[in-house]
Design a protein around this ligand. Structure first.
Ligand code: SER
Ligand code: ZN
Length: 564
């Protein structure tokens, strides 16, 4: 998909937005021949940014009104282009900007912004779809409190959904000029989301949907109404998704200490949703195939997939929504972390070993190939033309492996303390930079997010009877430093630097029994898996005190696929 301006965006060019938007009010008047969107943005100068013009992106918007502090803006005070609205000299004080635009969801075939499909209004704003709804800076580091009013026809749109909590509903008087009717044929709903969020998490759904209800009580006693909205006739197939949601909510409390934060949680499952699933704050939208399961015919794999995607979108409520990204270069900071969390959830529920094998098989079959081909890119790219092209297995699966690596190196307890600190520091404030967390600052650890292709681990290890104590050498070489190069160059990265690679190993005898293991320099052998961190270009380790048996014991390397 193309962005409006096909200009390349560079990570190095990031600058904070000149204005913050503490509050956003939207009013939608949904219609079958055009929809009116009134927007009221409360803006204020951003104290950490240099002053500058106000850039509001907008695509396929018909601007009908533009007001600053209630007064129509004179033509010389703004510039309107096909993809944006610019205020060259906005006030350097708090002010209110109001726009009224007409959009056409009924003919919008981009599957971004607000569109009608199968008679249902559905939205998709990640990554840059909000600009198809109203004029807006539409960048992930601008968080705002949203209040949204939706007005629609009662007959065609009995269900009106948005983010947050529904605080008011009611009937509407007839449109001006139309004959008065009783009962009313139009109605409205007002939704308030108390948590500041970036525009890509905005969602609106309106139409004819069937509702399945349940409840969840959080660890601190908050009652949450759970609702799954499906196309008429699909309600009998939602039980597994609902049970999965409740398991995910309980797991996040138990493992991460993270509770749900609103009074309601809505999932919409429709057949024509293109993105698979989307974590919009408290209004997840799914393709039906990732929600509906027929108890008679669904396979174990289908059930597990539904459970993990429901969990993935739920886990985004903290990793992605409350803790969001500074810019789209940090996409993996929410996706890699959330994939790691959904993988851990499935491992806890269904067994770690099998799940790990499946995830590594996926990584090898898809991400390794991507990394070996012309579209290879780092987990944190340094530039892009269209961010929509970066929803890749590198961002998701390799990103999850980097988080797993941190978990492996730090151990469960330290990792969880780090996560708690990350949440505490960055709640409603974008993370400053992707490698600022302490583990990433480990020597050469910070290189992973910017490294393309799979870092190799070359083992010219020897293990012979004659050489006792046995020794095993490990080398991780720079490209071109030896023949063949350990880590071949990729486009844009001619020199590869060594990166951190955790190496879990153990020792087993010929009968498969685990033996205690002693590394040179250690006073005594100890049993179980040993974790080494390979962080130099060439590193060797030496095992000592091996039993003198006819058949030497075998090294069991890279346990749990500690890495490649
Ligand atoms: N942000 C979405 C997800 O990964 C994109 O589909 O859940
Ligand atoms: Zn995700």
């Amino acid at each position: 998909m193309a962005t409006p301006a096909a200009a390349t965006v560079h990570l190095a060019d990031y600058t904070p937005a000149p204005y913050r938007i503490p509050r956003t009010e939207l009013c939608f008047r949904l219609g079958s021949h055009g929809t009116m969107v009134a927007s009221r943005l409360e803006l204020e100068p951003n104290p950490v940014a240099a002053s500058g013009p106000l850039l509001l992106w907008g695509l396929d918007l018909e601007l009908l009104e533009l007001k600053l502090d209630g007064e129509p803006l004179p033509a010389e005070a703004f510039v309107l282009k096909p993809d944006h609205l610019l205020l060259p000299q906005p006030p350097r004080r708090p002010f209110v900007l109001e726009t009224l635009v007409r959009i056409h969801p009924e003919t919008n075939s981009t599957l971004e912004g607000l569109y009608v499909s199968g008679g249902l209004f559905t939205s998709q704003c990640e990554a840059e779809g909000f600009r198809r709804i109203t004029f807006h800076p539409d960048r992930p580091d601008l968080l705002s409190r949203f209040r949204v009013r939706i007005e629609a026809d009662l007959e065609t749109c009995p269900v009106l959904l948005c983010n947050g909590n529904c605080i008011e509903t009611g009937g509407l008087p007839p449109e001006p000029g139309a004959a008065a009717v009783t009962p009313p044929t139009r109605h409205y709903a007002i939704w308030d989301d108390p948590f500041p969020k970036p525009s890509y998490l905005f969602a609106l759904v309106a139409g004819r949907l069937e509702e399945v209800r349940d409840r969840f009580t959080t660890a601190s006693g908050r009652e949450v109404a759970l609702r799954i909205h499906v196309e008429p006739g699909d309600a009998p197939y939602t039980a597994h998704a609902m049970a999965s949601l409740k398991r995910a909510m309980a797991w996040d409390e138990q493992r991460y200490g993270l509770e749900y934060d609103l009074d309601e949680y809505n999932i919409v499952a429709v057949r024509h949703f293109n993105m698979g699933a989307m974590e919009n704050k408290s209004l997840n939208i799914f393709n039906s195939k990732l929600v509906l399961a027929d108890a008679e015919t669904a396979t174990d794999a289908e059930l597990e997939r539904i459970e993990s995607v429901i969990a993935h979108e739920y886990f985004h409520n903290w990793t992605g929504n409350r803790i969001t990204c500074r810019d789209w270069f940090q996409l993996s900071l929410k996706e890699g972390l959330t994939v790691f969390r959904d993988q851990s959830f499935t491992e806890d529920l269904h067994g770690a070993a099998l799940n790990r094998i499946e995830n590594v098989a996926l990584l090898r079959n898809t991400q390794f190939r991507e990394d070996a081909g012309p579209t290879a890119h780092p987990v944190q790219p340094d530039s892009y033309q269209a961010i929509d092209n970066f929803y890749t297995t590198t961002i998701y699966e390799k990103g999850a492996e980097l988080i797993r690596m941190l978990h492996t190196v730090l151990g469960e307890e330290t990792f969880m303390r780090g996560m708690a600190l990350y949440v505490q520091r960055h709640d409603a404030a974008p993370p400053p930079v992707m490698t600022s967390c302490r583990p990433c600052r480990m020597r050469s650890g910070a290189r992973h997010p910017s490294t393309r292709s799979v870092p190799p681990l070359v083992s010219p290890g020897r293990h012979t009877r004659a050489a006792d104590p046995a020794s095993l050498g490990w080398r991780c070489r720079r490209a071109g430093a030896a023949d063949p190069p350990a880590h071949p160059p990729t486009p844009g990265q001619h020199r590869k630097h060594p990166v951190v690679i955790p190496l879990a190993l153990g020792l087993i005898d010929q009968a498969g029994t685990e033996l205690p293991l002693q590394l040179e320099g250690e006073p005594a052998p100890s049993p179980g898996t040993r974790l080494l961190v390979i962080d130099r270009e060439e590193q060797s380790l030496r095992l000592v005190g091996l039993p003198r048996r006819q058949h030497p014991p075998a090294l069991s390397l890279l346990r749990q696929f500690s890495h490649r």
